[in-house]
Design a protein around this ligand. Sequence first.
Ligand SMILES: [Zn+2]
Length: 324
Amino acid sequence: MDKIAIGIDLGGTTIKFAFVNEKGEIVVDWSTRTPTHEGGQHVLPKICSSIKMKMREHGLSTSDFVGVGMGSPGAVNREKGTVTGAYNLNWSETVRVREQIESSLGIPLFFDNDANVAALGEQWMGAAKDEPNVVFLTLGTGVGGGVIVDGQLVHGSKDTAGEIGHIKVEEDGFACTCGRMGCLETVASATGIVNVARQEAKDYIEISPLAQGIMHGQTITAKFVFDNIKLKDPLAEAVLTRVGKYLGTACANIANILNPSTIVIGGGVSKAGDELLRFIVPFFEQTAFPTIAADTAIRIASLENTAGVLGAASLVFKETPLSK
Ligand SMILES: [Zn+2]
């Protein structure tokens, strides 16, 4: 029988699971709602009971699995096996994740932050398959990042490397969740694009459905901005030109340091596909060191919902266990 790992993608709304073999094939997958009530205390027990139930359903036991991999929100301390600041799980304090999962399942846990894990997924089976040098950006509610150099995730001295969302791109910008101002996340996440749209709409005088929508108090989303691009809305064009400049310049600065072969853009905003790349690539090419501009591919992520579980499973297959 193939070696099988359990991949878990722990999110604030949904927990996704998969049994994955060494070839990166998903044998079984399922998901469940994240029980964030009562301080998120039921999240880890739910993960364990859901896995045990699925193992029973398929006639599998602990010895059939080589490990559990998981991508988690918040700050992951791999050495201590803890997660701090996972506010979307309602975890207000540091949670001893590894201890709880390993004692309940009896299978070793390998885990990392969710953006790092999604980066690994795309590098294993997705848009950067088999590329050893990859930078991954996820444009969702926030902006996350994962950096892979010579096939290994870069963690830095305190597991905090790859905070691409907090690269400063504006002198005086919008306030960021991190406490700073003008971070990439404030202008290039789904909420950041809306920030830019609202700012650009002020005193806008040309004919624009986007400007009209904002003026009339309509709920504005990043998708709405992209929908208006298709209608040749000049304000949407101006908004995304500005967002593309921030992203293209940030990608160029990162690429100048790391020289990745591929920069992968994932997350909800990346569903815009080529309509998003069209705004990023010109600024990347204008800003990056010329040989880097010529040799770096910028691609949309290809795995969508499975990047997290596949990346989590790949942690099991590739990461060296750390001392506990
Ligand atoms: Zn920030």
